[in-house]
Each structure stands twice: as structure tokens, then as C-alpha cells.
Design a protein around this ligand. Sequence first.
Ligand code: FAD
Length: 308
Amino acid sequence: MHMAEQRHLSNPVLRGRLLAHEPMRKHTSWRTGGLAERAYVPADLEDAAQFLRSVPAAEPVHFIGLGSNLLVRDGGVRGTVLLMHCTHAVMHLHGALIYAEAGAASPKLARYAATRGYAGAEFLAGIPGTVGGALAMNAGCYGSETWDHVERVLMLDRSGSLRERRPADFELAYRHVALRGAGLGAEEWFAAAWFRFERGDGAAALRRIKELLQQRIADQPLALPNAGSVFRNPPGDYAARLIQACGLKGCAIGGAHVSEKHANFIVNPGGRGSGADIENLIEHVRATVLAQQGVDLVPEVRIVGERG
Ligand SMILES: Cc1cc2nc3c(=O)[nH]c(=O)nc-3n(C[C@H](O)[C@H](O)[C@H](O)COP(=O)(O)OP(=O)(O)OC[C@H]3O[C@@H](n4cnc5c(N)ncnc54)[C@H](O)[C@@H]3O)c2cc1C
């Protein structure tokens, strides 16, 4: 056993689960990818902080929510992955704000807000990731983005310390979030956030959630492993339109296919495609759209790990 593992396992203060050689296909919506050298499932936020204090400084650390925007390469992930999704992550009202921990699922936040008489969180119902992932990606749809509603966030750093930050501390744009002025070595992750939504008609918000989910079932290939939109929409256009115009719907490499239902989705039926199949298909689509349409599409999905 690796020395670091021994130390984690024998640390009596830790209450989470440490997993060695954990298959990342179990933690990504594309159902593919290699092994994480180590994965830790924290018992709660304090336990995640405690765990970080025990990780050797040279060891890479990755935070992952529900893996719904993530391609893990076949060679796996070096270092330790913190698997943050937690069904009992804390969510509560804090005055006029809603406090939600990073490990909570975004659709749960949408429903929590609606049932407490807030409007404006409905868009989160169809984004199948965690609050942490939504903050990291500035996830959004139907004209709303996560950071439109963030009052402040709680960050967890490499030394296990928690600190609050304001939106002004971040560069925020379409599917882009970066800590301002952070040097390359800065390592901070989202631990929680306080959201502001308008008081409104909760029953109407719940009806809107139902409508939005029905719309997604109609438009998106939700029955097959996927990671949502693969590419960002370029200014003034839609990635799906450009991909379809190139005749790429149904195009396949190995087990990965461009969805017939939504051209900006790549599906991986039965999880049979490898990470390399998906990555090669992403590159093929990108090169084809550039050659035929003159637009260089930028991937929205995050790619991590080593080539197999
Ligand atoms: C069917 C489907 C539909 C989708 N629809 C949409 C949509 O409409 N709009 C949209 O924006 N996205 C959409 N997505 C993409 C995805 O759900 C979002 O990007 C989501 O917010 C990712 O959350 P996650 O917890 O799964 O993040 P992950 O995929 O686990 O991680 C994504 C990135 O966030 C980082 N991250 C995760 N947690 C933290 C944290 N606590 N602190 C710091 N960094 C962190 C990871 O390191 C990684 O870089 C869709 C995906 C699917 C499968």
C-alpha cells in the first residue's frame, strides 16, 4: 500500500471513505475513463477539510461533483480525486438567501427554492451536476446562469482552510469562472454558496420545472450516457447547428457517436466507448466544423487524466 494511503486510513480523525484505484467510469455520466489512483468520499465539509490537511503537498488533488461535464482519459487520474456529491449535503435558508453546500445536486437546489416560494432557480433542475460543478462551470440554460444568483461563496483551500469570497473576486463569463489574480499554483475549490432568488410563486416554479424537464426529454438523448453539450455555443450561433450542417449527426468513432437527437451531444451507448473514442470524436467534430464552417468550436466539457 502507498504510504499516503496508509496515513489517511490510519488517521482516526477522518470519517470519509478512501478508495484505491477507483474506476472513474462509476463517477462520470459518460460512463468511461480510467482509474483514479485514490478517491476520497468525504463524510461532510469538515471531513473534506480535514482530509486535505493530510494530503502530501506534492500530490495532485481534483474535485469532482457528479462528473456530468467530465471526460476522464483511459490512463486514469494521478493523485487524489475528492468525490464531492453527497445526498445529505446541507441546504438551508439563511435570511433571504439559500445556503447550499457544493456536494448538493443542482436539481435539488431548484426544487428546494421552488418549494420555499422562490422563483428563478428552475433552470438548475435540468442540469444534472452538483452545486460545486455549477459554480465551477457557471452552468446555465434558458437565459439564466448560476452566478447571476450568487451572493457569496465558501472556498476550501489546499491547506484545509475555509474562507468566504464575493463574486467580484472572480472572472465570470459564459461557462467560465476563474479566481482573479490567482497565480498558477492557487488551489481553491467551492465548498458552498449563498444564493439569492426572487420571492415568487412556488407552485408556478414547480410547474415550470416540470415543463423544462419535459422539454429536455424531448430534445436531448437522456437515455444514453452523455455529458450534455460538448462544445460552447460560439457568439451568435449554435454549436449544434454547425455540427448538423456538416452532416456529422450519427458520426461514430469506436463506441462514441454524435447523437442523432442533438448534434452537440456525444453519446456512449452501454458505456462501450473509451475515453479515447470520445476525445477523438470531439477532435474530429472540431476539425470538420473548422474546415467546413470556418468556426473553431471550443469544448465545454472538461478533459482530465492521462492518455491510456
Ligand atoms: C444531460 C445533461 C444536460 C446538461 N445540461 C446542461 C445545461 O443546460 N447547462 C450547463 O451549463 N451544463 C449542462 N450540463 C453539463 C453539466 O451538468 C454542468 O456543467 C454541471 O454544472 C457540472 O456539475 P458536476 O457536479 O457534474 O461537475 P463535474 O462534471 O464533476 O466537474 C466539472 C468541472 O467542475 C469542477 N468542479 C466540480 N466540483 C467542484 C468544486 N466543488 N469546486 C471546484 N471545482 C469543481 C471539476 O473539477 C471539473 O473541472 C449537462 C450535462 C448533462 C449530462
